[in-house]
Design a protein around this ligand. Structure first.
Ligand code: DOR
Ligand code: ZN
Length: 346
């Protein structure tokens, strides 16, 4: 018996589209299923000013194939020299939907990020006044802190102090990976939200390290123990409006992943919806998939939910390419490790 489900067209509230040849190849993978995405600004050089965000938005729209509809929602990369007036103007014009905080050195292209949080206080205060969300990569960079503890330590050392010092600041904890992250977000008020990726609902740290090292499962924040994956599953499938999808789909050419110092990122744009339907079905929560993919994030960002819909149908095994060819080399599509049966149908 075939099963089907119709949901509002999803929004990806955390996406890496890159630029140039990579952008051209990966954009259709997202635009095929998603109506909008919060587009990460960690290009080289980063998207820091309103003018740079406008130019990047134009490049994205130019790369969109004929006949596809997609709205890129732009994000500014916070630096210690960010001008609050530029941020406010880019927000007021409707161009920019968030500002991204990367602790310097925490992840891919984060070297222009923030080292001394006091130096961005005036920007955060302005953002609190105008209601512009801060998207946070929540990991400390202190080399003395174990990489598996960096998210939990960030909450205590950095995130909670910032939120207490800046009342009203709207914050998205990006790609949470721990039960501590789930607990902190779940205890927050309406100023706090959290994105959860597709891959962190599927893999734990064994997938990366047991029986051989698997670079295509390496991302940041790194996948944690099984109990954390289960906490993320409970949060994502709970219907709680504070939790929403941000895939963090992050393409890197295979030769840069399969490398002595491999890049962090899982590329999930191609099969994310099939995987999520599988996970939500396993959790007995298919009726809450739409909240996670299409309603909760829009609500946090004060957007109307999409008026468009997508259908998901369960049937024979779904086939999808194992790699996407790009002008920068092939990019491996995330392998969930199980057969997928839910497909997006017209
Ligand atoms: O795995 C990741 N990849 N985590 C990030 O924070 C950045 C991203 C990227 O840009 O490749
Ligand atoms: Zn990311």
């Amino acid at each position: 018996m075939s099963q089907s489900l119709t949901i509002r067209r999803p929004d990806d509230m955390h996406l890496h589209l890159r630029d140039g040849a990579m952008l051209e190849a990966v954009l259709p993978e997202t635009a095929r299923h998603f109506g909008r995405a919060i587009v990460m600004p960690n290009l080289v050089p980063p998207v820091v000013t309103g003018d740079q965000a406008a130019a990047y938005r134009d490049r994205i729209l130019k790369a969109l194939p004929e006949g596809m509809a997609f709205e890129p929602m732009m994000v500014l990369y916070l630096t210690e020299t960010t001008d609050p007036a530029d941020v406010a103007a880019a927000h007021a014009s409707g161009l920019v939907k968030a500002v991204k905080l990367y602790p310097a050195g925490a992840t891919t292209n984060s070297q222009s990020g923030v080292t001394n949080f006091q130096n961005v206080r005036h920007v955060l205060e302005r953002m609190a006044e105008i209601g512009l969300p801060l998207c946070v990569h929540g990991e400390v960079t202190d080399p003395a802190v174990d990489i598996f503890d960096r998210e939990a330590v960030f909450i205590d050392r950095v995130l909670d102090p910032i939120r207490r010092a800046t009342p009203g600041l709207r914050v998205v904890m990006e790609h949470i990976t721990t039960e501590e992250g789930v607990a902190y977000a779940g205890a927050g008020d309406e100023t706090l939200g959290a994105t959860i990726t597709t891959h962190h609902l599927v893999i734990n740290r064994n997938h990366i390290l047991a029986g051989g090292i698997r670079p295509h499962y390496y991302c940041l924040p790194v996948a944690k123990r099984e109990k954390h994956r289960l906490a993320l599953r409970r949060a994502a499938t709970s219907g709680d409006p504070r939790f929403f999808l941000g895939t963090d789909s992050a393409p890197h050419a295979d030769h840069l992943k399969e490398h002595a110092c491999g890049c962090a990122g899982c590329f999930t744009a191609t099969n994310t919806l099939s995987i999520l339907a599988h996970v939500f079905e396993e959790e007995g929560a298919l009726d809450r998939l739409e909240a996670f993919t299409s309603l909760n994030g829009a609500r946090f960002y004060r957007l109307a939910p999409s008026e468009d819909c997508v259908n998901l149908t369960k049937g024979d095994t779904v086939t999808y390419p194992t790699k996407i060819e790009t002008g920068a080399g092939p990019v491996t599509v995330f392998d969930p490790g199980f057969a997928l049966h839910w497909r997006v149908t017209p």
